[in-house]
Write a protein that binds this ligand. Structure first.
Ligand SMILES: Nc1ncnc2c1ncn2[C@@H]1O[C@H](COP(=O)(O)OP(=O)(O)OP(=O)(O)O)[C@@H](O)[C@H]1O
Length: 344
């Protein structure tokens, strides 16, 4: 009887970085084929990764590996929750928040080694308005940016850049009420982030204390701020100390309801969706199996030089040959710059 485990690699050809053909060759060379038999599927449209993963789980596939970013991970993760199929990750997005939190190496060879080690770990996931998320979700400026970003393809790069940058400068904080078991608290906020993982991606730690296994979500509320707050907020975002800023309020909860003045956009793992005035956000403990490093590498000391960090980020963006890919990468880059702006 064949005792090899079955893996399906799901490639999102349009996600952030890395040439995907190179990764497919590496898989052939580096994956332990005495342990695994594998197949590869490429997504053809948004939502396709979810369909592939749902079918894989129904067929009893052992592991579905996302070759993409947090959007692809969301699609695959939500199809695998509460199944016996584990999710693996070869990080290929522009932010890679979940993979970074799990200490999965950013280089594909290292990520394949993690698959070969085959260590399965159960992690929590969240739901906002019944939509699963694995990294972060929220309302406010971030959700607004995710919506602008989703519309960008239809309206063209220049219009997108112009509108989003302009609106980021004039974005007005809104009033929200957060209801938990002990009552309701009102906040005026630029954004409210509900975090399962500690970061948005690119080591931007919106919820530095968040854990994927504590059954709780870390809520970060960014209250209105002035230009004088910008330097400390931006440094603290990248040095895992944002929770020390006086403009930031934090809570740890299993479940909350966000009440807002009107219906509108929220985001889940960076993708926008429209919702009503009241949004239930909750964490489900250990609902997803993931393949993660046996012993996470020690966390590096907090980076002190934010400029270096930003330069590293810019330097990591490859320039690919087709105009469409360049277009998309520019959009990605802009999205991440805006994400940074939104935390300042
Ligand atoms: N073949 C496809 N055509 C169009 N869209 C796709 C296709 N496959 C997947 N998608 C969508 O592409 C979006 C972006 O992918 P993903 O989030 O993985 O990359 P990223 O945005 O570069 O990474 P990150 O979220 O880490 O910044 C996802 O929301 C996914 O639904």
């Amino acid at each position: 009887m064949d005792t090899k485990k079955r893996i399906i690699f799901v490639v999102n050809p349009i996600s952030g970085t890395h040439g995907k053909e190179f990764i497919l060759k590496l898989i052939e060379r580096e994956l332990d084929q005495s342990m695994y038999e594998y197949s590869i599927r490429k997504t053809e449209y948004a939502g396709h990764a979810s369909e592939i993963a749902t079918q894989a789980a129904a067929e009893g596939t052992d592991i579905v590996v996302a070759i993409g970013g947090d959007g692809t991970i969301n699609e695959i993760g939500r199809a695998l929750i509460h199944t016996n199929t584990a999710m693996g990750i070869i990080p290929c997005g522009s932010g890679n928040g979940l993979a970074r939190h799990l200490h999965i190496p950013m280089e594909p060879r290292g990520a394949i080694k993690v698959l070969n080690a085959g260590k399965v770990k159960a992690i929590d996931y969240g739901r906002i308005d019944n939509r699963p998320f694995f990294c972060t979700c929220g309302v406010g400026f971030d959700a607004f940016v995710s919506l602008k970003f989703a519309d960008a393809g239809k309206r063209g790069l220049l219009t997108y850049l112009e509108n989003t940058l302009h609106e980021s400068l004039t974005y007005q904080p809104e009033t929200y009420e957060i209801e938990n078991e002990s009552g309701t608290v009102r906040y005026k906020a630029f954004l409210i982030a509900c975090a399962n993982a500690s970061q948005y991606g690119n080591n931007a730690y919106i919820a530095p204390q968040a854990s994927l296994t504590d059954g709780m979500m870390d809520i970060t509320i960014l209250e209105p701020f002035t230009v004088l707050d910008v330097p400390s907020l931006s440094i603290q975002l990248f040095t895992r100390t944002l929770d020390q800023n006086s403009r930031i309020k934090t809570m740890k909860e299993k479940s909350i309801i966000i009440h807002r003045e009107k219906e509108g956009v929220f985001h889940f793992d960076g993708d926008p969706a429209m919702g009503g005035k009241d949004l239930k956000v909750e964490i489900i403990h250990q609902g997803l199996q993931v393949i993660a490093p046996i012993r996470p590498r020690r966390m590096p000391s907090p980076p002190l030089n934010i400029l270096q960090h930003f330069t590293d980020f810019i330097g990591r963006q490859p320039f690919t040959s087709t105009i469409a890919q360049k277009h998309r990468q520019l959009l990605m880059l802009n999205q991440h710059i805006l994400r940074r702006l939104s935390k300042k």
